[in-house]
Structures are given as structure tokens and as C-alpha cells.
Design a protein. Sequence first.
Length: 221
Amino acid sequence: MSTAPDRLAEVQARIAAAAREARREPASVHLVAVSKTFGAEEILPVLEAGQHVFGENRVQEAHGKWPALRERFPDLELHLIGPLQSNKAREAVALFDAFHAIDRPKIAEAIAGEMARQNKAMKLFIQVNTGEEPQKAGVLPKEAEALVRLCREQLKLPVCGLMCIPPVDDEAALHFAFLAKLAREFDLPELSMGMSADFETAIALGATYVRVGSQIFGHRG
Ligand SMILES: *Cc1c(COP(=O)(O)O)cnc(C)c1O
């Protein structure tokens, strides 16, 4: 059976190959290893293999496992990839280095307030609900421009890109291409898109951050 470090190396090689295929620099694609539901004992070998960027989708869960790991690996980068409730903004800004799911004015305001209060820099993405699915987080495409403007102009938030999670039954490439087009329109350089099943497609369409979980850590229980 393969180990998580073996699978990490395989994912890294596939990312580099997909980047070259798209005539892009492999270093222009950042791997976020999604460790949600896995414990420190499963994360540690991946850290020791040199992966230092990780994604979690719940503040509470991340709070339980990452502060101790960060003491041992001070240069690690922790990304919050799931939606946030505004009453968790303080804890999220304290714990995470990046947030991929700004999806409404209230969250943008809470993050801006906490970043100022804690004097903390964060990498920020706006999540777009490209499939307009009622149960999914993300701003609707037609409301995205107003949210980008609010972040930039009123809140002075350093938003660097857009994020999406395509509907499970749709062709992912259509959503990735649409997100890339929106990002160009808004003049945002980063694209957080692509997961275990479709990260190579996302890289072909311009992803700069891919969020890969099960392909590295195995299936979530
Ligand atoms: C869980 C999760 C991922 C990783 O999904 P895999 O299919 O396991 O690679 C990526 N992005 C978000 C937002 C997630 O919640």
C-alpha cells in the first residue's frame, strides 16, 4: 500500500506535468494539501516530506490540531478553504494565513476588522458559486463584481483571486474557464480551483492554487 508521502510525491509530479503541458511554470501552481478529518499523526509524515501548505474547512477542527504542529514547523501556511461564520472571524484570522471563501459583505467586513485589529496579513479569495447551487457557499456570479469592489474600495482588503467548487454532476472545465474569465475581468491574478478529481483540468485552465485532499491522505471516513 502506498503511504501519504508517496501519494504526495505523485500529486506533485502530476501538477508539474500538467503545468508543463499547459506551457506554464510548475512553480506557478501551489498545492494546498487538504487535511480535514485527518489527525496530527497522519499529517506529520506529509509535513516531514516537505509539504508546508495545508487546507482545513472548519475553524474548530483546525484549532484542535494545528497550533502544536506550527510550533514544530513555524514556516507552514494554513489555508481556510470552507465557509466562515462571522462570529468565528477572530479565531480564523488568528489561526489561518489564507482564506478562500469570502462570499458575502458581512464576512468581508468581519475579516477586514479582524485583520486590522490583529495587524495580520492574509491571502484572500472570493468564492464564486459558479453553478448557482442553492446549498453551496459562494457569491452568485452576477453579484461578484459588487463584492470585489466592496473589498477593494471600501474595506481595502487585499483580495488576490477567486475560488470555486464546480457542481458534482457538471463538466468541471466549464466552471474553471468561467472563473478564469471572471478573474481576468476583475484583474485578479490568482485562481483557487481543482481538487483530487480534476486538478489537472484546473491547471490547464489557469489554476494557481489546487486544493487536493483524498488523493494525498486517502478517503475520508
Ligand atoms: C475537502 C475539500 C477539498 C479537497 O477535496 P478532495 O476531493 O479530497 O481533493 C478541496 N476544496 C474544498 C473547499 C474542500 O472542502
